[in-house]
Design a protein around this ligand. Structure first.
Ligand SMILES: N[C@@H](CCC(=O)N[C@@H](CS)C(=O)NCC(=O)O)C(=O)O
Length: 310
């Protein structure tokens, strides 16, 4: 079993992207089932405030956001990379668009009344209220993530139609002979919709997409062992963060400066720490947590911002 620990919950679509990548890489890892809503008493001491799902833990290093988590996994298992250099710019752009705009389209479908009515989470009124209150807290009440069903439905069908055309050619994956990050980002958004029995027939006209989806599902989730949040916290307490060979700065910040790092979209709960890396690909801060000890929290550059603390 490698030292990788994935903190996730079963229903989380972004977690599904990472679970499937770990399957594709035939990785062995440990997994924690975190609560679907706050509080997360074993999670926040590791992240220092970042609350989105999933995060990847390697000892005392915490990797936030699937844009970075997938790169870290690909670096550990470089065979059949999902980041081929010949597609570096376009694959990244497709993944970003898919995980932001297309995500809104899929969410518009999944939260429509007929799908919400069939969702086990919403059967219990108390649980439904707690979930809604938690997500209002996450987004600060913003409507940015919402798209009306009348808008979302034709957008979804139009995009699937184009994907179907592309996948109807000679290549089994969007990335070519092997899947790229574009496949994994597209997959987990489709999974979000496909998991709902009442929405599954939306895929029926797109037989090449269905065949591709089945090929992706076949990668599975790899070999994993479930552990408790307490055991994961203990693993952090018993280790030290990895050495950072060289700190890179692309802005006017200094090593050791106290900063807040936060997503630019939703879930803007900041992580405060001493700046360690502010490069083109990654931001990282060091923090000393009362429970977890010395931790390094890593973020992808794109999608996050650094704010100096006065
Ligand atoms: N850009 C983030 C998005 C992650 C995200 O929005 N995850 C959802 C779950 S699928 C989430 O955090 N929901 C609220 C929560 O779990 O607290 C990523 O790629 O990891």
């Amino acid at each position: 079993m490698s030292e990788l620990i994935l903190h996730q919950y079963a229903e989380s679509l972004f977690s599904e992207k990472v679970r499937l990548l770990l399957g594709y890489k035939r990785a062995s890892y440990r997994m924690v089932e975190i609560p679907m809503i706050m509080p997360r008493p074993y999670y926040i001491p590791l992240t220092g405030g970042y609350r989105k799902t999933p995060v990847l833990q390697i000892g005392s290093d915490i990797y936030c956001d699937t844009a970075l988590i997938c790169r870290v996994i690909d670096d550990m298992y470089p065979e059949n990379t999902i980041y081929p250099e010949a597609q570096a710019g376009t694959d990244n752009a497709v993944a970003q668009w898919t995980d932001s705009f297309f995500l809104k389209v899929c969410a518009g479908l999944v939260f429509q009344p007929k799908a919400a009515a069939a969702n086990p989470l919403f059967q219990d009124e108390e649980k439904r209220k707690a979930f809604v209150a938690d997500r209002i807290n996450l987004t600060g009440g913003s409507n940015d993530l919402q798209m009306a069903l009348e808008t979302a439905e034709p957008y979804f069908l139009a995009h699937l139609d184009r994907l179907d055309t592309q996948l109807g050619g000679s290549q089994p994956f969007l990335g070519g002979e092997t899947p790229s990050i574009a496949d994994f980002s597209t997959y987990h958004n489709c999974w979000f919709v496909n998991e709902r029995d009442v929405l599954r027939d939306m895929f029926d006209p797109f037989r090449h997409v269905i065949a591709w989806y089945d090929r992706m599902v076949d990668f599975g989730h790899g070999e994993f062992e479930m552990i408790s949040g307490a055991a994961a916290l203990d693993a952090a307490i018993r280790s030290e963060p990895d050495e950072v060979p060289e700190s890179v700065f692309v802005e006017d910040f200094e090593v050791g400066q106290e900063v807040d790092v936060l997503p630019i979209d939703y879930g803007r709960q900041p992580v405060r720490g001493e700046l360690l890396i502010a490069g083109l690909d990654e931001i990282a801060v060091v923090r000393n947590d009362d429970q977890a000890g010395r931790m390094v929290v890593h973020f992808p550059r794109m999608g996050f911002e650094i704010q100096p603390v006065n």
